[in-house]
Design a protein around this ligand. Sequence first.
Ligand code: NAP
Length: 305
Amino acid sequence: MLSILTRKFSSPHLLYVGMGEMGYHISGTLSKKFPVTVWNRTFDKAQKHANEFKTTALTGPDPFAHDISHIDVIFSCLPTSNEVSLFADKLIASKSAKKSNLVWVDNTSGVPATSKDIAKRLEQHNIGFLDAPISGGRAGAIKGQLAVMVGGPAKYFQLVEQVLQPLAKSLIHIDEKVGSGHAVKGYNNLLYACNILLAMKTAQSLEANGVNVDKALRTIMAASGGSNSMSRVHQYATNNRTIDYNFKTNLLIKDMDIGLSMFDNQDKDPVFAVFKEIKKIYNDCAQPNWENSDIFDLYSFIENK
Ligand SMILES: NC(=O)c1ccc[n+]([C@@H]2O[C@H](COP(=O)([O-])OP(=O)(O)OC[C@H]3O[C@@H](n4cnc5c(N)ncnc54)[C@H](OP(=O)(O)O)[C@@H]3O)[C@@H](O)[C@H]2O)c1
């Protein structure tokens, strides 16, 4: 039900599509506050989620083949905007009755132009769309400490703000334009890729010079050269090269491409050339195991080079 005065759902029911590294834990956190239904291409993960979080798992190849007439907000966290677009088409084609104030919130790190197109198609069926990519990894999703960056009309943001709040240490409605969240996320991950690579190389060079890596990185983290990326590299380097965090290299490369595609003057810009070189290092690292390479594989890949 929708409260007309406050423009927010009074007891929203959520459907979460995509139980990957992020979607699984984001929907788990949401389930502590709201009734959540989940769907995943591989059903086992949806079933596991239902057992762990007392959510409802949908079966089959199409979440919208089920009755979703009670759902107020659809969430998605899929690899790219292409998959989101396919599922938006499935929703449009579905015979299931839909709420009049249905809003789709896309947590995928997507492509701004594709998101604009998805929003346009959904709008023709009175379904709102917001791009709301996230940053903060699995730990941020579990603790509700993600940075959530939202693009799209304020009327939809107002409706779902209460639903996004439990996920976020930072929740910013960037702009009325759909795609502005994805644009910010593209640049964020371009910076992230550079920072991780530089932090890894710093740790390795310090070690090669006989400096205590733990103390050195803790010092830098408290000083001006520190970053969130360095804190992840510190965890990895001081914990027998393990970290409880998964992020596929091919997904980060996709994000770097989204960031790079927004640069003007690409041919003449020397900074653009630096970003491209860094992307090439990630690309070379991922090539032999494209589907499964993780960004922390880069640590060994660049070692002694
Ligand atoms: N990992 C991170 O730390 C992180 C952080 C911020 C943002 N992101 C972004 O979040 C998004 C998801 O990343 P992730 O790390 O959660 O990915 P992931 O662990 O690889 O999970 C991908 C999910 O998408 C599903 N999927 C893949 N192809 C599909 C298709 N053709 N049709 C339907 N479902 C499909 C997978 O289903 P199956 O289980 O059946 O394979 C799985 O549920 C990406 O855009 C990524 O860039 C990731």
